[in-house]
Design a protein around this ligand. Sequence first.
Ligand code: AP5
Length: 226
Amino acid sequence: MRIVLLGAPGAGKGTQCKRLVSQYSLAHLSSGDILRQERAQGTDLGRQAQSYMDSGALVPDDLIIGMMKKAIDQTPKAGYVLDGFPRTLKQALELDKVLVAGGSPIDAVINLEVDDAIIADRMSGRRSCPACGAVYHIRNLKPQKDGVCDKDGTALIQRPDDDLEVVKKRLETYRQQTQPLIGYYQKQGVLHEVDANAGADAVDSVIREVLDKLIVRRRPVARARR
Ligand code: AP5
């Protein structure tokens, strides 16, 4: 299965992707995580992306498209979930071109719908591990020991782009440049809207329901072809 998770900053894309990866044996391709790795490694791409990310703007399409094409090329066609990509119409068109040419189009786009007040709470309470990328929340998903990553003991940080002013800009950027993708994927008949205001377990089970139905729907087709 090839899945795209859409949603505003802080909607819970990364949280849900991590769950899907283990439940459905998918690879997790997060454009934000890849960019943060590039920055940590001090690569040219990381340096070019830095000012855009810190201000809450999008990194230019050409840089992102090249980066994500490379990541998709290195991932088995059979299954992955895209988190944070595509984020503009140009990125979506390029993604379609690449996947259709390879005979492996997107199966489902899940749009996580979350109210603004909840987004603000999720972003302000998020804490991340700079070493392994694990994500926590000071109330909703606490680490076992305050401020310390359960997985590797690293001190947790608040992402610089979770600063209130930057969050406002990220939400504005999302509305202007990413929200139009909802209509784009609706027209393709692959969009599934999920109310993601509830806790992570509840959201997870709604997403699984959507994906399990898709899997079941495909089975008779596969048998008929044999
Ligand atoms: P990126 O890292 O992709 O940021 P984002 O899309 O803004 O999403 P976030 O990572 O902030 O949130 P999320 O939806 O994954 O939420 P999470 O699961 O962490 O991008 C960063 C920057 O990189 C961009 O601003 C841009 O500059 C650049 N960039 C990236 N991709 C790009 C692209 N394609 N084109 C151009 N530029 C690009 O959850 C948030 C918090 O809420 C956590 O604390 C979590 O524990 C908690 N939480 C999650 N779900 C729930 C729930 N259901 N109930 C309660 N708490 C929850």
